[in-house]
Design a protein around this ligand. Structure first.
Ligand code: HEM
Length: 330
């Protein structure tokens, strides 16, 4: 499933279209809807902490947030604090060694990361074993993977690998996008005002009926959604991916032999003035008209596109809702 340097840390088990469909099914709107109040609960807890802090480091806080949401997506519920911290510590070690020189020597970040990855896999396997013993296997992606039967059944180690991969894919990506989002809003006060106004209307509606935010609310945030789209374009945090040509192919007079690596550069497409006039300008209004097909690909495209795109968007909208209606810009 994961490619590039990640492959060193994440030896994947069988990853075929069936597995991809299962992972996708865990992140479909129907599955996400049931998690909205849990995600909102995470936001409200974090807001309380921020309220009582003099300074907060945005990226670090967003990493805490996206990590907690990823854990909900994977386990279907909040884990005990001790377990969360234990897994987080191991994850942190993997992250630190992820882009390091692959030197298999004592004391290197690489060595520590490989060790942490092994420990994480073992820890997850213990949790999986426990869940296998329960009748309904619990919720989240883990519940879905545990429900596989017959030839589709995965070993505990393969399930653990898939879980590590999904948390990895969900965590830093979402945290970086939210950090950019907040920076762009800070730099463009008129957009912040427009977002605040839209969110205040939703807040009034919520308070009238004394309820938390709902999936439908997140569908009724056109201004905020365009700011989010423009952030995804401008920041292009996953600026490229790569694929391998499975056959000789000729495109626009260029010959690509079988076995060559091909790098689609999302950032270059997102900054092409043919598709996005004045590409350096942060202008959410450009999304009032839907972009041309295959020109806006913050979540990739095709067979390996991001299965977490909807939950990532909802996660960002819920945070923005509470942040902009509870805090003002200093
Ligand atoms: C704003 C946040 C996110 C961005 C910008 C993002 C972007 C992407 C992109 C561009 C890819 C395709 C990579 C490729 O084609 O090689 C991808 C793949 C993937 N993403 Fe995301 N992602 C985000 C959040 C998430 C979340 C929240 C989850 C899970 C809950 C997730 C799970 C995955 C997985 C499992 C893959 C691999 C899919 C495959 O190889 O078939 N992502 N993501």
């Amino acid at each position: 499933m994961l490619i590039g340097p990640q492959a060193v840390f994440f030896h994947q088990g069988p990853y075929h279209s069936h597995l991809k469909k299962l992972i996708q099914s865990s992140f479909l709107p129907s599955a996400i809807k049931g998690s909205i109040h849990k995600i909102e609960g995470i936001v409200l807890n974090l807001l309380l902490i921020w309220e009582n802090s003099d300074t907060v480091n945005t990226l670090n806080e967003m990493k805490k947030y996206s990590y907690e949401v990823a854990m909900i997506s994977v386990f279907g519920k909040k884990l005990e604090a001790v377990e969360m911290d234990r897994l987080k510590h191991l994850y942190h070690c993997i992250e630190k060694g992820y882009n390091s020189m692959p030197l298999d020597l004592p004391g290197t970040s690489f060595k520590k990361a490989m060790k942490a990855r092994k420990l994480l896999n073992e820890r997850l396997r213990k949790m999986i074993e426990k869940r296998r013993g329960t009748e309904d296997h619990g919720g989240g992606l883990l519940g879905v993977l545990l429900g596989l039967k017959g030839k589709d059944q995965l070993s505990d180690s393969q399930i653990a690998d898939n879980i590590i991969g999904v948390i990895f894919a969900a965590h830093d990506t979402t945290a970086s996008v939210i950090t950019w989002l907040l920076k762009y809003l800070h730099d463009h006060p008129h957009l912040l005002d427009a977002v605040k106004m839209e969110q205040e209307v939703i807040k009034c509606r919520r308070l009238e009926t004394n309820r938390g935010i709902t999936w439908d609310d997140t569908r009724q945030m056109p201004v905020t959604t365009r700011v989010l789209q423009e952030t995804l374009r401008n920041a292009s945090i996953l600026s490229f991916t790569f694929r391998e040509a499975v056959a000789d192919v000729e495109i626009d007079g260029y010959f690509i032999p079988r076995g060559w690596k091909v790098l689609p550069l999302f950032r270059t497409i997102h900054y092409s003035s043919d598709f996005f006039p004045e590409p350096d300008k942060f202008d959410p209004s450009r999304f009032e008209v839907a972009p041309r097909a295959n020109t806006f690909m913050p979540f990739g495209n095709g067979a390996h596109s991001c299965p977490g795109s909807e939950i990532a968007k909802v996660e960002m909208l819920i945070l923005l809702h509470h942040l902009t209606t509870s805090f003002r810009q200093a």
